[in-house]
Design a protein around this ligand. Structure first.
Ligand code: GLA
Length: 388
C-alpha cells in the first residue's frame, strides 16, 4: 500500500528526490469516557488503522498538501509565512495548526515540504482521524527539522492545534493515544498529571470489535462544549465545600457526601458521570490486570449506562447497537466510544461469537435504522512514527 502511495506522490508532485513515509494511528477508548477534561483517567489504545504521510523536502517556503481521501480538493498550497485557519482550507487546517503550534513554541520551519496524506480510518467514525493527522504532522516536523520534542510534547502540540487553531475544545486523550500507543497494550493515562502506564490487553479467547453506526449528529461540537462547561460549573460548586482541583480528585463516596452543593440536577448528573467513570476506569484496569475480563465487561456496560442517562452523549442508533450487543451471548461488554452523538461502539466479543455478532447485529441494525452498520475486528497497534 505504501508503494502505491509513493507512486501517487510522484504523479502528484513530480518525479525525483527522496521521500520519507510516516504513520500515526487512530484510537479506540476502552473505558474512561469524557474524563480527560475532568482530570480523570482514560484507557485508550492505538489502532492499526490510521493516517499515512509521504513527505519530500522543498527548497522554497511552500507546504504543498494533498489528501488521497479528499481528492476533489486537489493540491493545496500554503505559504509558511501565512499560516492562518480558513474555512476554504478544509482538512489542511489540521497540519497547518500543528505548524502554527510548533512555531508558537519557537520551532521554526526553515523550508517547505510536499506532503501526501492517506487515511484508512473510516470518515466521521469518532476513531480520531483528526488527532492522527495532527500527530502525524508532529512526527513529520520533528523528524524533518530535528525539533527537540518528545512524543508527549507532540500530543500536547496536536491538542493545542485542535483547541486553538481549529476551535475544538477536546481533551488530551486522542492525541496522546496516537502518539504514545503500544502494540497489544492500552494506555492507562492520568489526564491530570499525564502519568501513564501500559497495560497488556491479553484476550486469549476474545476480540475487540468496533461497530460503526455510520451516523454523526451535528450537535457534536456544541454539546461537547456544553458538557465541559457544566462540569466546570459543578466543580466550582463542589470546591466551595471540598478541597479538590478536578472532579477526578473525588471518590464516589466523597461525591455522594457533597453532591447537594451542585445546585442543578443536570450538572449533578454530569459530575456524577465524571466521578464514577473515572473510578470505573481505575477499577477496569485492575480487573484487566487480574485477568478478570468479565468484570472489565460489566464496567464497560456500566460506562455506557452512565453516558446514556447521566452524561447524555449517546443517541438512538448507538443505543440500539449497544442494547443488541449486550443481549448477545458471548459479548463480554459493549459501550459507546469517543465523543458521542454517533460514531462507534466498542465491544469485547468471544472469538466463537464474532461471526454471529457481525451477522445478527448487522441485520437487526439495518432493519431498525434503515442503513448498514460497519464492523471492524481490530488489533492494537503502535504509536506514531517513521516507517522504514
Ligand atoms: C473526544 C475528545 C477527547 C475525549 C472524548 C470523550 O474524542 O477529542 O478528548 O474528551 O471525546 O472521552
Amino acid at each position: 500500500m505504501v508503494e502505491k502511495l509513493i507512486k501517487t506522490f510522484y504523479e502528484t508532485f513530480g518525479e525525483g528526490g527522496h521521500v520519507r513515509t510516516y504513520f500515526a494511528p487512530g484510537r479506540v477508548n476502552l473505558i474512561g469516557e469524557h474524563t480527560d477534561y475532568n482530570g480523570g483517567h482514560v484507557f485508550p489504545c492505538a489502532l492499526t488503522l490510521g493516517t499515512y504521510g509521504i513527505v519530500r523536502d522543498r527548497e522554497d517556503r511552500m507546504l504543498r498538501l494533498y489528501s488521497v481521501n479528499i481528492d476533489s480538493v486537489g493540491v493545496v498550497d500554503v505559504s509558511l509565512d501565512e499560516i492562518v485557519a480558513t474555512t476554504e482550507a478544509s482538512w489542511t487546517n489540521y497540519p497547518k495548526g500543528v505548524v502554527w503550534a510548533f512555531e508558537k513554541r519557537g520551532f521554526k520551519l526553515t523550508h517547505g515540504l510536499d506532503i501526501l496524506i492517506y487515511g484508512d480510518i473510516p470518515n466521521g467514525s469518532g476513531l480520531s482521524s483528526s488527532a492522527s493527522l495532527e500527530v502525524l504532522t508532529g512526527v513529520i516536523l520533528k523528524d524533518t527539522f530535528g525539533f527537540d520534542v518528545s512524543m508527549v510534547d507532540i500530543a500536547l502540540i496536536g491538542q493545542d492545534a485542535e483547541n486553538n487553531f481549529n476551535g475544538c475544545n477536546c481533551g488530551i486523550m486522542d492525541q496522546f493515544a496516537s502518539a504514545m500507543g503500544k502494540k497489544d497494550n492500552a494506555i492507562f493515562l492520568d489526564t491530570n498529571t499525564l502519568n501513564y502506564t501500559y497495560a497488556p490487553v491479553k484476550l486469549p479467547d476474545a476480540k475487540i470489535v468496533i461497530t460503526n453506526s455510520k451516523v454523526k449528529h451535528s450537535l457534536v461540537n456544541s454539546a461537547y462544549n456544553d458538557r465541559r462547561n457544566e462540569c466546570e460549573t459543578a466543580l466550582k460548586e463542589l470546591q466551595s465545600v471540598v478541597d479538590i482541583k478536578t472532579l477526578g480528585d473525588l471518590t464516589e463516596e466523597q461525591f455522594e457526601e457533597h453532591k447537594d452543593t451542585i445546585k442543578n440536577e443536570i450538572r449533578q448528573k454530569r459530575a456524577k458521570h465524571a466521578v464514577y467513570e473515572n473510578q470505573r476506569a481505575i477499577n477496569a484496569v485492575e480487573a484487566l490486570k487480574a485477568n478478570d475480563i468479565e468484570k472489565f465487561g460489566k464496567l464497560m456496560n456500566a460506562s455506557h449506562e452512565s453516558l446514556r442517562y447521566d452524561y447524555e452523549v449517546s443517541c438512538e442508533e448507538i443505543d440500539i447497537l449497544v442494547d443488541l450487543a449486550q443481549a448477545m451471548p458471548g459479548v463480554i461488554g459493549s459501550r459507546i466510544t469517543g465523543g458521542g452523538f454517533g460514531g462507534c461502539t466498542v465491544s469485547i466479543v468471544k472469538n466463537d461469537a464474532v461471526d454471529a455478532f457481525v451477522r445478527e447485529i448487522g441485520k437487526a441494525y439495518l432493519e431498525k435504522v434503515g442503513h448498514e452498520a460497519e464492523f471492524y475486528v481490530v488489533d492494537i497497534g503502535d504509536g506514531a512514527g517513521k516507517l522504514d
